[in-house]
Design a protein around this ligand. Structure first.
Ligand SMILES: *[C@@H]1O[C@H](CO)[C@@H](O)[C@H](O)[C@H]1NC(C)=O
Ligand SMILES: *[C@@H]1O[C@H](CO)[C@@H](O)[C@H](O)[C@H]1NC(C)=O
Ligand SMILES: *[C@@H]1O[C@H](CO)[C@@H](O)[C@H](O)[C@H]1NC(C)=O
Ligand SMILES: *[C@@H]1O[C@H](CO)[C@@H](O)[C@H](O)[C@H]1NC(C)=O
Ligand SMILES: *[C@@H]1O[C@H](CO)[C@@H](O)[C@H](O)[C@H]1NC(C)=O
Ligand SMILES: *[C@@H]1O[C@H](CO)[C@@H](O)[C@H](O)[C@H]1NC(C)=O
Ligand SMILES: *[C@@H]1O[C@H](CO)[C@@H](O)[C@H](O)[C@H]1NC(C)=O
Ligand SMILES: *[C@@H]1O[C@H](CO)[C@@H](O)[C@H](O)[C@H]1NC(C)=O
Ligand SMILES: *[C@@H]1O[C@H](CO)[C@@H](O)[C@H](O)[C@H]1NC(C)=O
Ligand SMILES: *[C@@H]1O[C@H](CO)[C@@H](O)[C@H](O)[C@H]1NC(C)=O
Length: 795
């Protein structure tokens, strides 16, 4: 354990040195030389030279690891000489696709990877230990990005190390035991520093002339939970830095690829037909015909036309930050903004005023913007759809929103020539948060659309069949026979599907659960281990051998080797054989795939009628219910787990019925003066309504100033704004010229405005004051709003 910490410290200083080349060493990209690069974009024909060279290095390691794994997997076969025969001429190529689904995805993905990692205790005895060491690629999307990026930017740490850290009780990676929303009132230096650092990163990037949005904020925020040991939560670490990271450079780890999707100018959501982009240590780009090109990751952010820098020696570096892309791959701000009701949009708008520069004129605050567009005016796109190459900037959102929640596409590409792809499925399909296989169906279907015409994916049945045959509960292999795949664009890899199900733990935790205790995180990871191993091989002692067969299948077919009888039996058991099983009553059900969003619930299905926030002080809990038209604050005791449902939602006045101590109240009256206290982040605002004389005010920041009445003082993290409503002028002061502030805006206080005699709490405080799990259950999307900003890595 000590060793682990030392390793992190060593890695830290290593990062410091890696960053030394960076012109700014901050979040803000910088201008510099193009180092002789006259064209930054290439057509998507084949792999890049860099990736090809890296693969060769990686293969010398996977060859040893996979051979060792397969020797172990087949050791009980009557004749396992096939292993020797395969390796005498080639090495199977394997990958792991880590599914999205919030932290549910992150932890199950981690458990599955742990089962395949020789560094995990028990993985070599009752697991698939060594398989991960034999993999060439790992992909992530949404919650899966949270997992894979964690390993990547922590120097290929292991799940076992993270688990050990958790057990050590210190602040470990993924430490989300405490409600991130408790940050609302946290005044500790760590929290204050984090917010200060996020604000200053945002400002630097903005001042360097780049667009900043709430998606940048979200990404920077998540970094603190994924890369807690790195400066600024990894804010200054770049994807292209990975090229220089020894572990990667020497091929000692798989290549990590994250997926993100782009919206066109007139779109507010992605669909199955949207363009998917790959983020790799070398490149950013898309195989889809709408782009069909890749750009050098290192110079992302450079102004180009048809790939050529418009200013010969003005190339941008430092745009490809780790947290920018973990944000882009899991960007849910977009969804909240456009799918939520007015209240959510209002919350987002409020966050904008809190985190984004007041004079920013950015057209979209909900997407990760890559502007300049690296593919501007490129000519590689096919067909007539030039919408993306025409755009000045690319609008990136969560890769899972189009319906493909499992990041298959990079692993299925013909160019990468994989033999087998392992895939977790933590998609939220059923009402009780289990998968039905819709992600498989969607990726399968997409290959027959114009956008997917250069992709191939094995045949899969519809979701009804998957449910009826239990495919959605047990490991299943797809595409077992190449000979049956010849009608597809090419023969894709065999897919080993590993759906989420309960073994030792009910791992169907909703996507918007923000806090997991240490025990819950460990239980999720253990359950993931059991999913990958069919309960540590107790459900099927032969499963290890069967996984070995799946790994060897394509090579066996290509080389025409004899197929061991054990493999024959395994394939009988684990391959989907083409059977369709429909409920007889549902015979007419058409098999149109379910393309609706699987990551977040339907806006319609979810309760978006109100936002419930809670705050507990000792045993007294306040629930605050915000609807589009009213705000209700109720105070009630909750020694037991009293939920918000038991509170009164109907009153429209602020009241504190059962509080023993007056100081818990959110309002106080003094004669005909009514005070409202709004506590948020690090802000306490007192608003005095109906005051004739402001000196009537008791404790605080409201004050009188000569004949000016109704003066408010809004103190935020780094600014103090004084508003004098009836004055001729409003004074705004930036309290501290320090690095921590965004400019205060005169519009900020309007969110604190008192209407109809009831405090309409600032959305900011709504978001940040929630205290999940203490006594009140959160409802609706507010948790998602919170996820995006207050929380941690979510998707
Ligand atoms: C990264 O991990 C590798 C393998 O464990 C180790 O050899 C190397 O020293 C680490 N690098 C840093 C900078 O800590
Ligand atoms: C991204 O990394 C670069 C290089 O280290 C740095 O200059 C920049 O500030 C970082 N961006 C953010 C948002 O942290
Ligand atoms: C399965 O193995 C893992 C890893 O060794 C272990 O943590 C877990 O307790 C085992 N589960 C069962 C049901 O034995
Ligand atoms: C925003 O305001 C800052 C500080 O006043 C200024 O430096 C910057 O140029 C302004 N940006 C725009 C886009 O107006
Ligand atoms: C998880 O699954 C169990 C069993 O299917 C079910 O009883 C429970 O309600 C589910 N939990 C959630 C959050 O839906
Ligand atoms: C069969 O149809 C019924 C009624 O439409 C539906 O409730 C049920 O979920 C369907 N069964 C399956 C497996 O899709
Ligand atoms: C195909 O699979 C189904 C369901 O698992 C099974 O009932 C059937 O016997 C299998 N058919 C063949 C030819 O193996
Ligand atoms: C074999 O191919 C046919 C289409 O030619 C397809 O309908 C069927 O589902 C495939 N079977 C398997 C097991 O993939
Ligand atoms: C309160 O909730 C916690 C966590 O959900 C649970 O462990 C505990 O049993 C609950 N207590 C009561 C009295 O329901
Ligand atoms: C700036 O902030 C520091 C630390 O928070 C504080 O001590 C100092 O008084 C502030 N300066 C001004 C001018 O408010």
């Amino acid at each position: 354990m000590q060793l682990q910490n030392l390793a992190i410290v060593a890695f830290l200083s290593y990062l410091a040195s890696v960053n030394a080349w960076s012109p700014t060493d901050s979040y803000a990209p910088a201008q510099g030389s193009c180092n002789g690069n006259t064209n930054l974009v290439r057509e998507a024909s084949g792999l890049s030279t860099a990736e090809t060279e890296w693969l060769a290095k990686r293969e010398s390691n996977t060859k040893v690891a996979l051979k060792k794994f397969l020797d172990r997997a087949t050791s009980k076969f009557s004749d396992n000489s096939i292993v020797e025969k395969i390796f005498s001429s080639s090495t199977p190529r394997a990958g792991y696709a880590s599914c999205g689904g919030g932290y549910r995805g992150t932890f199950i993905d981690a458990g599955i990877a742990a089962a395949m990692d020789e560094r995990t205790v028990g993985a070599n005895e009752h697991g698939l230990g060594g398989l991960l060491q034999g993999m060439s690629y790992m992909t992530g999307l949404s919650g899966g990005t949270m997992f894979t990026s964690t390993l990547l930017f922590n120097n290929w740490t292991s799940v076992q190390d993270i688990v050990d850290q958790m057990n050590d009780g210190d602040h470990s990676i993924w430490d989300i035991s405490e409600s991130p929303l408790a940050l609302a009132t946290a005044t500790d230096t760590t929290t204050q520093k984090m917010f200060g650092s996020i604000l200053s990163s945002i400002r630097e990037k903005y001042e360097a002339g780049f667009d900043v949005t709430l998606a940048d904020v979200y990404g920077l925020f998540t970094g603190y939970y994924l890369y807690p040991s790195l400066p600024g939560g990894g804010a200054t670490y770049l994807w292209s830095d990975v090229q220089d990271m020894d572990t990667f450079k020497n091929g000692e780890m798989p290549m990590i690829i994250e997926l993100t999707s782009a919206e066109k100018t007139d779109e507010t959501a992605v669909s199955l037909g949207s363009t998917g982009f790959e983020v790799t240590p070398f490149e950013f780009g898309s195989w889809d015909p709408t782009i069909n090109a890749f750009t050098d990751m290192k110079y992302l952010g450079t102004e180009v036309s048809n790939g050529v820098p418009t200013n010969e020696d003005q190339c941008v570096t430092g745009f490809d930050n780790a947290s920018f892309f973990s944000g882009a791959s899991s960007n849910i701000v977009n969804y909240i903004y456009y799918q939520g009701n007015a209240m959510y949009r209002s919350a987002v708008t409020t966050l904008k005023s809190k985190f984004l520069p007041s004079n920013s004129t950015v057209d979209r605050i909900d997407v990760n913007i890559i502007r300049p567009n690296p593919f501007k005016d490129t000519q590689y796109f096919e067909g007539s759809d030039n919408a993306l190459v025409d755009m000045e900037g690319l609008y990136m959102v969560d890769g899972g929103f189009g319906g493909q929640n499992i990041p298959f596409t990079p692993l299925m590409r013909k160019e990468r020539n994989l033999d087998v792809v392992f895939a977790s499925d933590t998609t939220f399909n059923t009402a009780d948060v289990w998968p039905t296989g819709s992600s498989l169906v969607n990726t399968y279907t997409r290959q027959f659309m114009e956008i997917g015409k250069t992709d191939a994916f094995p045949y899969v049945p519809d979701t009804e069949t998957m449910v009826n045959l239990g495919i959605n509960k047990n490991p299943t292999f797809f595409g077992c026979d190449s000979s049956n795949l010849t009608d597809l664009a090419y023969v894709p890899p065999l897919v080993v599907y590993l759906p989420n199900r309960a073994y030792s733990f009910n791992s169907n935790i909703t996507t918007w659960t923000l806090t997991y205790t240490k025990e819950e995180r460990l239980a999720m990871i253990q359950n993931g281990f059991e999913i990958a191993t069919r309960n540590n091989f107790t459900d099927d002692p032969d499963f290890l051998g069967c996984v070995g067969c799946a790994v060897m299948r394509r090579k066996q077919e290509q080389l025409g080797l004899e197929w061991p009888s054990e493999c024959e039996q395994c394939f009988q058991r684990y391959c989907w054989n083409g059977t369709i099983a429909h409920d007889s009553r549902n015979a007419s059900t058409d098999s149109t795939p379910d393309t609706k969003n699987d990551v977040l619930p339907d806006a319609n299905a979810a309760d978006v009628s109100s936002i419930v926030a809670a705050q507990c002080i000792d045993d007294n809990c306040f629930s605050t219910i915000h609807t589009a038209t009213s705000t209700t604050v109720t105070c009630h005791e909750c020694e037991e787990n009293k939920t918000a449902q038991t509170a009164s939602f109907t009153t429209t006045t602020v009241e504190c019925e059962e509080c023993e101590e007056a100081e818990y109240a959110t309002t106080a009256t003094n004669g005909n003066h009514k005070y409202t206290t709004v506590t948020s982040l690090s802000t306490t605002t007192e608003i005095c309504e109906e005051c004739e004389e402001a000196e009537a005010q008791a404790t605080a920041s409201t004050k009188a100033n000569g004949n000016h009445v109704n003066t408010k003082t809004v103190t935020s993290l780094s600014t103090t704004t004084e508003i004098c409503e009836e004055c001729e002028q409003t004074q705004a002061t930036v309290a501290n010229g320090s690095n921590n502030g965004v400019k205060s805006s005169l519009s900020i206080p309007t969110m604190l405005q008192v209407t109809t005699g009831i405090p309409t709490y600032s959305a900011m405080s709504v978001v940040l004051n929630e205290n999940i799990g203490n006594c009140i259950e959160l409802k609706g999307f507010i948790t998602v709003v919170a996820l995006a900003f207050a929380a941690v890595g979510i998707f």
